[in-house]
Each structure stands twice: as C-alpha cells, then as structure tokens.
Ligand binder design. Sequence first.
Ligand code: PLP
Length: 402
Amino acid sequence: MSKTPRKDPKENPALWSAATKQVRGGISRSAFGETAEALYLTQGFVYDTAEEADALFAGETQGFVYSRYANPTVRMFEERLALIEGAELCKTTASGMAAVATSLIGLLQAGDHIVAPRAMFGSCRWVITQYLPRFGVEATTVDGTDLDAWKAAIRPNTKAVFLETPANPLLEIIDIAAVAQIARAVGAKVVVDNVFATPIFQKPFTLGADVVVYSATKHIDGGGRVLGGAILGEAQLLEDSYKDFLRHTGPALSPFNAWVMLKGLETLELRVRRQAETAALLADRLADHKQTARVLYPHRKDHPQYEIAKRQMSTGSTLIAIDVGTRERAFAFLNALELVDISNNLGDAKSLITHPSTTTHRAFTEEDRLAIGLTDGFVRLSVGLEGPEDLWRDLERALNGL
Ligand SMILES: *Cc1c(COP(=O)(O)O)cnc(C)c1O
C-alpha cells in the first residue's frame, strides 16, 4: 500500500539554520511516506517504456539510471551536505581520498602547475607530489603559512592551489582568503580540504574557495563506521570539471554509506560543538601540565597562527597536537592511556590518539617531517564525546607516569 506523501515545506531550505538543514535537508520521501530517509540499495532503475529510457539517456528528462551516476539515498546526502555548506552542488565519492584526487584531476591537465603546502595529510601529498607529475602536472610545495612563498610559487600556468587548514597533524593554519586572492590573480582554482574544521566551524566559500572537499569518514559519519568523500562547489564548475570523470571512472559512494552519513549529519553540529568545547578545555590543561613541552590548539593564544584561526574558524577544532619531547615518551604516554584509544583515525565519538611520525606521516622523509615541525615527540589527539573530566583523568594519569 502506498500513499501520497505530505507536501515538502514551502520555505526555501537555504534560509534554515544549520540545525534544521542537518535534520531536514535533502529529504525525498517515497510513496510510502517513511519518517526516516530510505535506503535505496539498488544498482539500477526500471523504465515503464523504451521511450522513457530513450528520453532519460538523451538527457531530455531527469531521473535515475544507474547508481554509478546517481542514487536516491546518495542524492539526499549530497543535497543535505550542500545545504549545510552553502554550496550549489555536492558530488560524493567512496572515500575522502577519492574526493581529493578527483577534485584535482578534474581541474588539471598536462602542462598545468599546482601549488600546495608542505603540511598535508600524507595521501594528499602523495597525489600532488608523486602522482600528478606522472601526467605532466608540475607541483610546487611551500610553507603554507608564508604568503610570500605562495606568491613566489604561483606561475601563469598555475591552474589550482590545494590547501588543508587546520593541517594534519600539527594544526597549522593557512589564511584561506589571502591565498585565494593570490591564486585568483592568475585564474587558479582554490581547493580547500576542510576536514579538520568541519562544515560547522569554517566556511571556505565565504573566504574565496572554489571547491571544498571532505573526507566524510571523519566528523560527518562521526561514529567511525563507513568511508565516504564529498566535493562541493558551484554547479557549473562541478558539471564541467567532475561529472564525466566521476561517471566514467566510478568512485561512487555506496548508498549504504550515504545513508549512514545522512543520519550522521543530523547530529553533526551537536557533536562537533561538544567535541571542540572539550578539546579547548583539555588543550589548556595539557599546556599547563609539566610533562608537556608544547601544545598546539588553534584558538589558544600561543598558537603561531592564532589571529588567522580566530578570524576564519569559529572554534579551535576537535583536535590537539601535543609535544611530549621524545618518541620514547610519546609511546609511553600512548601506552599508558586506558580510555583514549590508539588509532590513526579522527572525528570519531571515541577519543583517539596517534603518533604521526610513525603512522600517518611515516611516508614523509625525516627532512620533510622536520620542515613541517613534526618531531618524534608529537602526538595528535582527536577529542571525542566522552565526559571531559573522564578524559582529563586518563590524560593526566598517563602524563604523570612519564
Ligand atoms: C582522512 C583524511 C583524508 C582522506 O579521507 P579518507 O576518507 O580516509 O579517504 C583527506 N584529508 C584529510 C585532512 C583527512 O583527515
């Protein structure tokens, strides 16, 4: 039995607050009128007539034809995330790295040049410095905090700049508006990996970004369950630069993963605000503890790019970098924790801690690690949703044992 679903709200969803967009954005109910978003586990779609299929494939009518191209559950997730980000369009991928790689491959061709900071998620760095050059795209890496270095690196054939801020793992902050201005002077597109800031704490489009990418695996899922990625931007740019590549190479997001993440988005703001509040509290206490040499947290006054962080982010994020001096002390600290888990992931409801120089940034040469200030004493803490005092007792006890 089916019924005609209640009509969609008449108000423009773009006018809703973030909270309402997260719960209501992009809903497309089936004839059954289900409350929760439906999970369409289907590869294909059927047509009433051969003429209908003909018209769909000719692009004369709109509809779903194959889940490598589009799927109703995936579409709901894309529309919801686009609304939250304030983007015209969102295209999703099977992982964050598929989103990053697609966001660059779609903009670049042989003979082009790209500029990116030295401090980056390891796989993003690999795509830019190892993979793209194989196809004739030259890459220059710079100290992302040095605007003169960005200016000097830009060439007439620079077609894209890529940046991640706060950057993994030391939470270096890059001035998005200033870099966007430099890039625009030569018509280069600005791609921002906004994972660490989340769609809630930083709005790259308002600062001049052309494309925003996410690993939805992190805060958007928020429960450490599934992989996913997203590319957001103006509809025309996404159609021109990414649509064909995505259709024909197939890094499509699974409808199941999209469904998990749709439900993740419902609580995104609640979760990340709470996580960032706890992170700010823990960062201050960690900095005051005699066993830490240095604590990096973007909204602490002693962060090297504090002023920029205050200007472009509404909180200091859910991550903290902590220097405890040496690799031996870092390992002892991690091993002594009972509540916080040792894991390289981030953005989870569970607090996770990692030693970047032996895990996520292992592929960097020692020289490259030192160039971004990543010494063996550093650990990176992703703050979860546990009670702040429980987390502090765990961290303090582990530090006291050093
Ligand atoms: C995790 C991460 C990625 C890659 O995402 P996956 O979903 O793991 O492929 C890219 N950029 C940043 C900043 C990340 O933290």
